[in-house]
Design a protein around this ligand. Structure first.
Ligand code: TEU
Ligand code: CA
Length: 567
């Protein structure tokens, strides 16, 4: 058992994953939408950065109501993204550069355009049993459907049930009404999805990311939630571990590179999801650290970043997952989150320092780091000025809902601009040329204005760029086993707890000690005891000169990060 774990730590600890939001990465044919061939064209860039795997967001056949997270056919390629031949070529070309492909499996729900749902709508009992349909009252009508089965709230706003007059039934949709939740209690559904996994494994992919996979097991009875939005009933639900084990066993993917997106989860569950002895997944994404600027846990209400809470969350997730044999996916950013440098730092005055401090903060932790496209360039939120510039269904819904709740249009816009998923979905900035080199046509969503200075062409040539810093972090993970495999302990020294805004942890492997300290504020931090004895060397930092010390204590400057190693 010990060996299984050590082997897995070695395997996952050395890897870095790069996330590609296909639609916004690179457009090869001038229609304004990123595509598979566009990715193939940029493989040398990705190989140069040094990443091991590409996680591609869904490019399967889809009406694109939720940009591909509404899948209409799990085995075919959506024409706007290319063809199966394009996919095969991308896989081959990536493999030739030592890069593996991870696919995004959206198994909590399908598009209502999926054949299964269409057959259900036609009344076929086999397919009605694929989804969560519940009978409506006998006298229900389209105008007056009565009360939905529960008061649960959809993640994209509004009630989570939709009434179908022709069936006189409701169906559950935790996301958009066009994303119908599958019934995982039905063994035929599980068998279908296991077959999808075998199909793509058979095509030679290296791994999988499973979308909101901890929401698949729903409760046996439907109850109203009088304390919340319903999530406590279906998050990490009753049969979740059993279903994941079955998926992994029957899909034949135990030990492959797999990651589950775990919404509102707990450490105990994530240990089970990712401890190799449980035969579930390789690692888990959790999101608590990305809610530290939510007001009372509410996404659509702004609050200042709670840095003490951020530090506490990193500490417990790093230390407790390690103690339980679990494995974290490390990340600040993805296609659902605003850009982290705009969110947690100061891109106007300290763009380079903020970007690199955040990068080192997670890349030197224990786990597998994920880089979301453009993050390595320090791409920022685009600073859109009008709601017409937004494309995301959730953002557009909430712009309306916030006004219905009494906000002025300006207030609602301000919140959306801070929180929108489109903040990270703008085109990757490749060059200083038209449309940042993303497309020769009209991009499906606007490019951020700062592409003239923040772009790949400029940064690859500049040794003092975020790109160069990320590249170095990736090299260090492979060069220094303490990063990939070492233990982790957060620094608790007294002065540090008083030093608001500093996150510091110690990695250890044998006699090697690596101290990482990050100041996530725009002012000088209170000097603190760094706990690394004489002879420590600076492994990486984001200021040009040596770290400042004050009577042997480390004095971090605004958004400074240092990693000190003693062998
Ligand atoms: O996201 C799941 C999820 O819950 C989010 O991060 C979501 O964007 C947020 O809760 C909305 O407030 C995954 C995908 O990453 C996302 O893009 C999809 O829209 C969603 O599942 C549905 O498939
Ligand atoms: Ca295209």
């Amino acid at each position: 058992m010990q060996d299984l774990k050590a082997e897995r730590v070695h395997e996952l600890g050395n890897k870095v994953v790069y996330q590609i939001y296909v639609r916004s990465f690179n457009d090869s044919n001038g229609d304004g939408i990123g595509d598979l061939r566009g990715i193939t064209q940029r493989l040398d860039y990705l190989a140069g950065l040094g990443v091991d795997y590409l996680w591609l967001t869904p490019f399967f056949k889809s009406p694109q109501r939720d940009n591909g997270y509404d899948v209409a056919d799990y085995r075919s390629v959506e024409p706007m993204f290319g063809t199966m031949e394009d996919f095969d070529e991308l896989s081959r070309e990536a493999a030739a550069r030592g890069i593996g492909i991870m696919l995004d499996m959206v198994f909590n729900h399908t598009s209502t355009e999926h054949e299964w749902f269409q057959r259900a709508l036609a009344g076929d009992p086999k397919y009605l049993a694929y989804y969560k349909f519940v009978d409506a009252a006998p006298d229900a009508t389209a105008e007056n459907p009565g009360e939905p089965p529960t008061n649960w709230v959809s993640k994209f706003g509004g009630n989570a049930w939709r009434y179908v007059p022709s069936l006189n039934k409701w169906y559950l949709h935790l996301f958009d009404p066009t994303q119908a939740d599958l019934d995982w209690d039905n063994p035929e559904v599980r068998a279908e999805l296991e077959d999808v996994v075998r199909f793509w494994k058979g095509k030679g992919v290296s791994g999988f990311r499973f979308d909101v996979v901890n929401l698949i097991s729903k409760p046996a009875t439907w109850e109203n939630d009088y304390e919340g939005d319903g999530r406590r009933f279906y998050t990490d639900g009753p049969h979740i571990h059993e279903y994941l084990q079955e998926l992994v066993r029957e899909g034949g993917i135990d030990g492959m590179v797999t990651v589950g997106e775990m919404s509102s989860t707990s450490i105990d569950n994530c240990i089970r999801y990712s401890n190799p002895e449980c035969h579930e997944l390789g690692m888990a994404f959790s999101f608590h650290h990305l809610k530290v600027d939510y007001d009372h846990g509410e996404k659509w209400a702004l609050a200042p970043v709670d840095l003490a809470e951020l530090r506490r969350l990193f500490k417990v997730w790093q230390e407790d997952m390690t103690a339980g044999g679990g494995w974290n996916a490390l990340f600040w950013s993805n296609h659902d989150q605003p850009r982290p440098n705009s969110r947690f730092g100061d891109v106007d005055n300290h763009w380079y320092e903020t970007t690199t401090a955040l990068a080192a903060c997670t890349h030197l932790m224990r786990g597998t780091p994920y880089i979301y496209q453009g993050e390595e360039l320090g791409m920022t939120n685009p600073g859109f000025t009008s709601i017409d510039q937004y494309r995301d269904v959730e953002s557009i819904n909430y712009y309306r809902i916030l006004q219905e709740q009494g906000k002025t249009p300006e207030e609602a816009f301000h919140i959306v601009a801070e929180r929108s998923r489109d903040d990270s979905r703008t085109p990757v900035q490749w060059t200083a040329g038209p449309n940042a080199g993303f497309t020769t046509g009209t991009p499906w969503i606007g490019v951020a204005d700062n592409y003239r200075t923040i772009n790949a062409e400029a940064e690859v040539a500049d040794p003092h760029s975020p790109y160069a810093f990320y590249k170095r972090l990736i090299e260090l993970r492979r060069a220094e086993p303490v990063i990939a495999e070492g233990g982790v302990e957060f620094v608790e020294a007294d002065p540090l707890t008083e030093s608001e805004g500093v996150i510091s942890y110690l990695r250890t492997l044998g006699d090697t000690r690596l101290l990482v300290a990050v100041n996530l504020t725009g002012h000088d931090a209170e000097p603190f005891e760094a706990q690394v004895a004489e002879g420590a060397e600076l492994l990486i930092g984001n200021y040009d000169d040596a770290p400042h010390t004050d009577k042997g204590r480390l004095a971090l400057r605004p958004y400074e990060v240092v990693a000190l190693i003693r062998r």
